[in-house]
Design a protein around this ligand. Structure first.
Ligand code: ZN
Length: 306
């Protein structure tokens, strides 16, 4: 649409301001105790003002007394509101969202009150752009009367809009490892396609993940050796939820026991997530995740048991 056409549409929409949305509507029921009780139970509202011989209706029930229910209202409809919505549809604003509601209460409603109402198209906004998209806000105002006397007003606003085009998203990258002086040697090994395991220089206990001291003897002296790369699935979980942006659930996360005895958490690849099994033999390989990141992962091996 050109700017001039948009302006023309707005002029057309604007002409509906002040036109009726409903005229001479009549509440289907008198204000009554059973509806008040059901409402209070649904809302969990135990205010004593809404029960007993002097009960009033909860003020926020205002609109409830005007609603047509499943069968609708057979009187009081006005064509103007439907015409306005059709005009907005035709201008490309086909989506709708209720944005807010304001009510004013002028006098309490009591069982026995007979409700009548009129509604007017109060305003149509200029073209606005929100996060959802671009369109026009339409505000209707309903005047609710009890026994002919104004009891409250109910203002209801919608946005009729054309949804904003979804921006193509770049796929988020997998989280980076946190590399510090205690584990830098491990990541240097990964870069060289070596899976390095720490070994205590005093008691020779192998350990993984990398730590500054030996949990067996407390020594802080250590060296490393390169794992041979064979292992088995010691345990695993299948991630379904929550989804993390860089991952496509469901996927299996394995706790791999290396032939050297240490265990590490990694992905099991080369097998569907629901075919991963405890005891499954796996073999180390290095997965290039992106231009910066490589990770050790474990490929399921044919275990020869079908
Ligand atoms: Zn040790």
């Amino acid at each position: 649409m050109t700017q001039a056409m948009k302006q023309d549409v707005y002029e057309l929409l604007k002409a509906y301001e002040g036109q009726p949305a409903a005229t001479a509507g009549t509440g289907k029921d008198l204000v009554n105790e059973p509806m008040i009780r059901h409402w209070c139970e649904a809302m969990g509202d135990t205010n004593p003002a809404y029960a007993g011989p002097d009960a009033v209706a909860p003020p926020t029930m205002l609109q409830a007394w005007t609603m047509g229910g499943l069968s609708g209202h057979h009187t009081g409809r006005s064509g103007a509101y439907d015409e306005l919505l059709t005009l907005l549809d035709d201008a490309g604003y086909r989506s709708v969202v209720a944005t807010d509601c304001e009510q004013e209460y002028l006098r309490p409603l009591r069982p026995g009150d007979a409700i009548t109402f009129d509604a007017v198209i109060e305003s149509v906004s200029e073209r606005k752009t929100t996060k959802l998209g671009t369109g026009h806000f339409v505000t209707t105002r309903m005047d609710v009367r009890a026994g002919g006397e104004l009891a409250g007003t109910h203002r209801f606003r919608i946005l009729k809009y054309a949804p904003a085009a979804a921006k193509p998203k770049e796929r988020p990258r997998r989280p980076r490892p946190v590399i510090n002086r205690d584990n830098a040697g491990f990541w240097e090994g990964v870069q060289a396609h070596k899976l390095l395991v720490q070994r205590c220089a005093d008691c020779a206990t192998a350990r993984f993940p990398w730590l500054p001291g030996c949990s067996a003897c407390g020594s802080q002296e250590w060296d490393t050796f390169e794992a041979g790369g064979s292992g088995t699935v010691f345990s695993y979980v299948v991630m379904h939820h929550p989804p993390f942006p860089a991952f496509d659930p469901p996927y299996a996360v394995g706790l791999i026991e290396l032939a050297e005895g240490v265990r590490m958490i990694s992905n099991v690849v080369g097998v569907p997530y629901d075919k991963v099994r405890i005891g499954m033999p796996v073999r180390l390989e290095f997965l290039r995740v992106d231009e910066e990141l490589e990770l050790p992962v474990f490929r399921a091996q044919d275990c020869g048991e079908g």
